[in-house]
Design a protein around this ligand. Sequence first.
Ligand SMILES: NC(=O)c1ccc[n+]([C@@H]2O[C@H](COP(=O)([O-])OP(=O)(O)OC[C@H]3O[C@@H](n4cnc5c(N)ncnc54)[C@H](O)[C@@H]3O)[C@@H](O)[C@H]2O)c1
Length: 284
Amino acid sequence: MNSPLFSLTDRVAVISGAAQGMGRATALALAQHGADCVLVDRNRSGVESTGSEIEALGRRTLVTTTDVSDPDAIGELFRQVDQRFGRVDFLGNIAGDGHLAKPEDLTIADLQRVLRNLVIGRFAMCQEAGRRMLGQGRGSIMNIGSLASSTALGRGHIAYSMAMGAVIQMTRELSTEWAYRGVRVNCVTPAQVVNPSLEARMADDPTLEGRFLRGIPAGRLGQPRDIMGLAVFLASDASEWITGAIIPMDGGNMAMNAGGTPGHEQRPVQAFLHEDPLKKAENV
Ligand SMILES: NC(=O)c1ccc[n+]([C@@H]2O[C@H](COP(=O)([O-])OP(=O)(O)OC[C@H]3O[C@@H](n4cnc5c(N)ncnc54)[C@H](O)[C@@H]3O)[C@@H](O)[C@H]2O)c1
């Protein structure tokens, strides 16, 4: 039986990116705790498949292929939500794409596309959901940012990082304006979570996974399921006084200095000493 503290019975959640990855995992976790789900993804077969899984749990769904880069389409999405459910209790603002290009080569058109998707799109979703939540006097928004919201990744992530930086400032501004009216806005910032595009990049560069793991003290990459507990917590009354928080979901990545050594790589001091004759001499 679900704990009442984490119960989402009779709540309505809107989740973008629900066809796969963290969006699908979020939707399933919320449905398992009682929420009805509005599932948004441009991947029709994927989002319909998530919808079937959720209906099998006995929850109601609305499945749409809304492009979350398009504010007009987002307006239409929320009109459908009004008709079907008449309320919005939670928004998981998860769908999103980056674009890889060196800073000196990035076209302004590609930069605008990424900003339209991750900044304008995330904001339009917050605005439409937020208006309804303000009317209800209650609601919770979970924006997905990234490690790239506050640190640099290099490797051509300039457009993505600029956009994800904006997502945490959007979160702070919205939480500051809306908290006293019962609407909470938080941002989850994942490190590397396995998805098809990450797998393709790791296949292209066989050194990449090892480099990621050196930055993750937990010693493994993230999996979509890692967001399930956080999503339920942020959607439920258990997090009633949590707003404006930037929450790392990163196996310890942000806590570790760039020159730090994760425990899973540590070897006995003696092993290092033997590699470096000078150090060995100093310690004799
Ligand atoms: N996976 C990671 O390592 C990682 C790390 C930090 C942040 N993030 C961010 O978290 C979010 C989810 O990541 P994921 O790994 O679950 O991604 P994913 O690629 O597995 O899934 C993203 C989903 O969003 C949908 N989507 C993308 N753009 C859309 C649009 N304009 N309209 C409608 N649907 C759209 C895609 O069809 C896809 O189903 C993304 O915003 C991503 O940038 C991911």
